[in-house]
Design a binder for this molecule. Structure first.
Ligand code: ZN
Ligand code: ZN
Length: 649
């Protein structure tokens, strides 16, 4: 029989890291060939065992070698790093010195990797000293390792210093610095590094790794210019990789640019890049923000087709999307078939019922969550408290607040406190709400005073309303909404002089009202309308149809409500078309472009004003369509002349 060479086994080991085969080969090597002690065979065996996760055997093989040079140590250290056993890797590194073996430029990057992953700064610093001693500071792999290590340990100045002093850099060096800033939450600095790389990177270009390095920080918001810069980088250099698309979409979503996120997603589809569960979970919140229900549904179909579920992250995103689009049934369907549910899942459902105005169901959802064994967290109390407040469930809301503080021993945060003030205020307990604020252990913020002021408007409590307004003008003098509320309080009391004072106060302080914007989805495309918008291609048609509609509305009793108080946020001039509120334009746009009876879904950034609310009720009756408007506060489901909010929003 022809003797099988060691090389033959080495080749097989390279190809099949499969534990069964590996053991067979190993035993044959020992029994028949006695090749098992040849050092290059042992190294292969060590690597193969490590790849199969059998790190103990790797270490045994290492121990059995009588003569160990640096390569053996390198393989063992790398094996531990690859198996995420960083402390073991560092232990082997330290033992090198007992064996009188000197680490080389392959050892140190692995050691630095272990230090980074375990955030072990002391060993990292020692290693850096060793780098200098051995004159390895010009080695690019070592330099990259140091940048990453300091970044992971939060020593950003050192990352930057190592980077600056590197004689030679590759893309990984740049990406390591980007990652160092991004991981520590300095997104804008990370982007600055990208900018410099593009401008003076000596021909080096950002790649998918750069985008991936940026990703840990995308949750923090950034300047618009930086988003533009990222887009530029993405289009120019990194569009080939799925990671880049995912990061770019996530950046748009976390910077409140849902329309760009959705458009990029559509572009991605046409570009032929297949989305994965991360893409889907990133873009679904944008669909929710835009009420882009049909796109959301399409993505849901895709998820089913590609079998991306069960996946908690995706399923939670689907529930959230359906809830924000006002499609409670669909949210519930996703919820019902889920195999595992976490506190996010339950909280989304509670909030879905709450936003739809179904306080009772929100409450029973919350109770079901407790029964199912999922422990509520402090975030999960916010939607249940707010649901109680919107549905006027005073006692139950108070009960939940008590459970939160007494049973779960959670310290109520400002959001919870604002919910409770809202709960009391809406129920007409203005004095109790005011007392509650005065006894708070934390300094009340503008949301809390704002909730009180709203309640004062509804229940016409001038005295406490003025106190709340005083606090608000100090806390947030630039916010138009509160001036409007206060002027409404005055108007209700017939104090027109004071209304005028508020107006001039706003003028003097230069308070600008946020422009009203409505979004609507049609054939998977989101259309945006501003107040008095004439930029839409169908603008002429829209205004013509609106005129016809207003005529019909007046026939059945519509009187435009142009009260002399400031409107909630926007002002509309009924005399001409210049300032027609955006939701009216969006609704008419859908009426023109869809089949009869198709429901209409609009998202608006501000509160719906009283006139639009009345108008939409009439429109829903005339065109016989369901109209669902999500404004800054809640959902309005208009049907046959009635709104689900009971005219209280
Ligand atoms: Zn309006
Ligand atoms: Zn309503």
């Amino acid at each position: 029989m022809m003797a099988i060479s060691a090389e033959f086994f080495v080749k097989i080991l390279d190809k099949y890291p499969n534990i069964k085969l590996l053991k067979k080969i190993h035993s044959r090597l020992i029994i028949h060939q006695n090749l098992a002690s040849a050092s290059h065979v042992v190294l292969k065996l060590m690597k193969a065992y490590s790849e199969c996760g059998q790190i103990k055997t790797t270490h045994q093989l290492f121990d059995e070698m009588p003569q160990k040079d640096v390569i053996f140590f390198n393989v063992l250290i790398r094996s531990y790093v690859n198996n995420k056993l960083y402390n073991n890797a560092l232990f082997v590194y330290k033992s090198m010195f007992d064996f009188d073996v000197t680490p080389d430029h392959f050892t140190l990057p692995q050691v630095l990797k272990a230090c980074s992953a375990s955030a072990n700064l002391p060993v990292g610093l020692q290693t850096h000293v060793g780098v200098f001693k051995k004159g390895l500071d010009s080695n690019v792999f070592v330099g990259n390792g140091l940048i990453t290590m300091y970044g992971k340990c939060g020593w950003l100045d050192y990352s930057q210093k190592v980077f600056d002093e590197m004689g030679c850099r590759d893309v990984v060096s740049w990406n390591s610095l980007v990652a160092a800033y991004a991981q520590n939450g300095f997104f804008d600095d990370a982007l600055d590094v990208c900018r410099v790389m593009m401008e003076e990177g000596c021909g080096l270009r950002p790649n998918a790794g750069t985008m991936a390095s940026l990703s840990p920080a995308v949750t923090s918001s950034t300047f618009v210019e930086n988003v533009v810069l990222m887009k530029e980088m993405f289009v120019k250099y990194t569009r080939e990789s799925l990671v880049s698309w995912n990061v770019m979409i996530a950046v748009y979503v976390s910077n409140s640019m849902p329309k760009d996120a959705v458009n990029l997603y559509l572009e991605m589809e046409s570009y032929g890049v297949e989305s994965d569960s991360i893409t889907v979970a990133s873009v679904l919140p944008a669909c929710g923000d835009l009420s882009a229900l049909s796109l959301g549904r399409k993505i849901h179909e895709y998820v089913k087709r590609k079998r991306l579920v069960p996946n908690l992250m995706v399923e939670n995103a689907l529930i959230d999307m359906y809830a924000k689009c006002g499609s409670l049934d669909d949210a519930r369907k996703v919820f019902d078939v889920m195999i595992t549910r976490d506190v996010v899942t339950w909280t989304s459902m509670v909030s879905a019922y709450g936003m739809a105005g179904d306080g009772q169901s929100a409450v029973s959802m919350f109770l079901d969550m407790q029964d199912s064994g999922v422990t509520p967290d402090s975030i999960s109390f916010v939607p249940v408290l707010s649901a109680c407040s919107h549905a006027g469930l005073l006692d139950q809301g108070k009960q939940f607040f008590k459970i939160m503080t007494d049973e779960y021993r959670m310290v109520p945060r400002l959001e919870h406190l604002a919910c409770l003030v809202d709960l009391l205020g809406r129920s007409g307990r203005i004095n109790e709400a005011y007392e509650f604020i005065r006894n708070m252990e934390v300094k009340p913020n503008d949301r809390i005073w704002g909730a009180l002021l709203s309640a004062c408007k509804v229940h016409s409590n001038m005295d406490i309303g003025l106190v709340a307004a005083d606090h608000l003008f100090q806390l947030v003098p630039e916010q138009a909404g509160y001036y409007v509320l206060l002027s409404n309080i005055y108007a209700k009391a017939g104090r027109w002089k004071d209304v005028a004072t508020i107006r001039s106060l706003m003028r003097d302080k230069g308070v600008k009202k946020e422009p009203g914007v409505s979004n609507v989805e049609l054939h998977n495309q989101v259309h945006t309308f501003l107040a008095g918008d004439q930029s839409h291609p169908q603008s002429k048609e829209i205004y013509k149809e609106l005129d016809v509609l207003v005529g019909k509305m007046k026939e059945i009793g519509y009187v435009p409500k142009t009260d002399s108080a400031l409107h909630d946020i926007e002002e509309e001039d009924k005399g001409n078309h210049l300032a027609v509120h955006s939701e009216k334009l969006a609704i008419v746009f859908v009426i023109i472009n869809t089949e009869r009876f198709t429901p209409i879904r609009i998202t608006k950034n501000l509160r719906v004003c009283e006139d639009c609310h009345i108008a939409v009720k009439f429109i829903s009756k005339i065109v016989k369509r369901k109209i669902i408007v999500r404004d800054a506060n809640r959902f309005h489901h208009f049907k046959d002349g009635v709104c689900s909010c009971g005219d209280y929003w």
